[in-house]
Design a protein around this ligand. Structure first.
Ligand code: 3PG
Ligand code: MN
Ligand code: MN
Length: 568
């Protein structure tokens, strides 16, 4: 295939002092690798064997620094919001801080503008004549959804003629403390009772299940997860049927064996709520309205396809109701999926990837395993599901299916490292970028299993060492960073003192969620002129500053709309 010709619109000026490399720039994202404030037994990175990352931190202080990876630095509503992969990779790749989904939805709900937009106007007739179904993650995590937004959607719809409302809840335990599914169900039951009372509507919880087992798969890692959700939410079919949603999660959490651990909220089996007549209270029927109330794309794109497309072969839908379907946001702007949405998504334009592909015409190789391939491609390129052109190669290593990743903490890090080394050696990406994401610190961190996360961080550090050695051998350059914290803090702590919190029996209370900690960024490589180092006048730099820095490391000046480079 002939290489695309440079498009003048996307050309970048050569960097005044950093020559274009004739070898690749390696970019490594260690997913969930934060810089902890507590170097104690619950900091899996501190406890892991990490000679490579330690040496990078000690070796070249002018080429190692911390970056903000949470809150407003990555476009989230407040600085109490933890970072996450979506906003993190968006910022890294775009070199800009954009208002992210959570914030855009907050604004549209607070101003009531949401109800005047096309998305609601499309849903309204079906919401008023039929049942309005809301499907999404039930928690305050603020990573995929947020409880208060669900409540505003319910009350707003009821005020605008929706008389029958059904909520299909995925339980969390990943972005919030495990076990809180019970409280969230109780809270929703109470709020729905108030809504029934105040607005005289018929509102109820209709189905649910654990987010890692039901509905919220991503990057087509395991369509069975979506199928379980389809059966429960749409068909009203699940192995477990309950009349009471709180009892449902309590029972499904019960330890399998006497004295065993309760089941994680993340992995609860699907359930359907039935009435006294033992019939499901809220299957989805022709003429209904359906809205997914997650604002984040990756874990609801597959369910969206199942609702949106006549032609569908990923699992047997058995019945495909004719509904008016919308997302809280549009989850893929290129695929226009879903066609209808309540709030316009973040508008992430003129990203580093587009300049490099269309104007500089340098090659990019992006690789990770299924669980994070979309992070280094889709999110990195500003929520675009296709490469900009043939200069971009996206390579997915299939992840293990349907296992809690603490059972195999090395995940596919070995394969990713080997593919990265091959790409570096191949010559195919000279002058361009070899970009890798290692999911381990995050995916294993989310299980709350401290020992497994220590193994995960040790494995990843070894991979980084091998990759940097390969860059040394080929004479390239490298940048290593992360997208948010997770593994560096594996225990819930007293907010004031930082003391680890414990259960009644003294066991530490695991922290499965991301953190608000900064992340490291470090540069180097034999191809980098000795004069290149980090500037000291950007104390509040964040992930977005990595974007222009990557362009500089590739020998280009960054375009003026991006945030400042990290380089002096
Ligand atoms: O989707 C998930 O796995 C978590 O909610 C967020 O994790 P990520 O932002 O690291 O993907
Ligand atoms: Mn992440
Ligand atoms: Mn995560």
């Amino acid at each position: 295939m002939t290489a695309p010709a440079p498009d003048d619109k996307w050309k970048l000026k050569p960097h005044p002092s950093i020559p274009k490399p004739d070898k690749p720039l390696l970019v490594v994202v260690l997913d969930g690798w934060g810089e902890g404030t507590h170097n104690d037994d619950f900091n899996a990175i501190h406890k892991a064997d990490t000679p490579c990352m330690d040496s990078l931190k000690e070796g070249a202080p002018q080429r190692w620094r911390l970056l903000k990876a949470h809150g407003t630095a990555v476009g989230l509503p407040t600085d109490d919001d933890m970072g996450n992969s979506e906003v993190g990779h968006n910022a890294l790749g775009a070199g800009q801080v954009v208002d992210q989904g959570a914030r855009l939805c907050d604004k549209a709900l607070e101003s009531h503008r949401l109800w005047d937009l096309d998305g609601w106007k499309y849903l309204a007739p079906a919401a008023q004549a039929g049942t309005l179904h809301l499907i999404g993650l039930l928690s305050d995590g603020g990573v995929h959804s947020r409880y208060d937004q669900l409540l505003l959607l319910l009350t707003g719809a009821a005020e605008r003629g929706a008389e029958r409302l059904r909520v299909h809840c995925l339980t969390d335990g990943r972005d919030v403390e495990d076990g809180t599914s019970v409280q969230y169900m109780q809270r929703l039951q109470k709020d729905l009772a108030t809504l029934r009372e105040a607005a005289g509507v018929d509102a109820a919880i209709a189905s649910g299940g654990g987010r890692m087992r039901v509905t919220m798969d991503r990057y087509e890692s395991d369509w069975k997860i979506v199928e379980r959700g389809w059966d429960a939410h749409v068909l009203g079919e699940a192995p477990s049927r309950f009349t009471d949603p709180v009892e449902a999660v309590e029972k499904l959490r019960e330890p399998k064996a006497l004295g065993g651990k309760p089941a994680s909220d993340q992995w609860l089996e699907p359930f359907v709520i039935v009435g006294k007549d033992d019939k499901p209270v809220g299957p989805i029927e022709d003429g209904d309205a359906v809205v997914i109330f997650n604002f984040r794309a990756d874990r609801v794109l597959e369910l969206s396809r199942a609702f949106e497309y006549e032609k569908f072969d990923k699992f047997e839908r058995k019945r495909h109701p004719k509904v008016r379907f919308a997302g809280l946001m549009q989850y893929d702007g290129e695929e226009k999926l879903p066609k209808h949405f309540l709030v316009p998504p973040p508008d992430i334009e003129r990203t580093t990837g587009e300049y490099l592909a269309r104007g500089c015409c340098v090659p990019t190789y992006a690789c990770s395993e299924s669980q994070k391939i979309g992070h280094v491609s889709f999110f990195w390129n500003g929520n675009r599901g296709q490469p900009f052109n043939s200069l971009e190669t996206w390579h997915e290593v299939p992840s293990d299916k349907n296992i809690p990743f603490n059972e195999k903490p090395e995940m596919k890090s070995r394969e990713i490292a080997d593919l990265g080394k091959e790409a570096l050696r191949s010559g195919k990406f000279d002058g361009g970028q070899v970009r890798l994401n290692f999911p381990n610190p995050d995916m294993v961190g989310h299980t709350g299993d401290l020992e497994a996360t220590i193994v995960a961080c040790t494995a990843v550090d070894k991979c980084v060492k091998e990759l940097l050695d390969e860059v040394e051998a080929v004479g390239g350059r490298w940048l290593v960073t992360a997208d948010h914290g997770n593994a560096e803090d594996m225990v819930q702590r007293d907010k004031k003192t930082g003391t680890p919190l414990r259960e009644a029996d003294g066991r530490p209370r695991p922290l499965t969620a991301h953190t608000l900690n900064p992340v490291p960024v470090v540069i180097g490589g034999p191809g980098l002129p000795d004069s290149v180092r980090f500037r000291e006048d950007l104390p509040n730099a964040g992930l977005a500053n990595v974007g222009p820095t990557i362009l500089n490391l590739l020998g280009y000046e960054a375009p003026p709309h991006m945030v400042p480079t990290l380089l002096a």
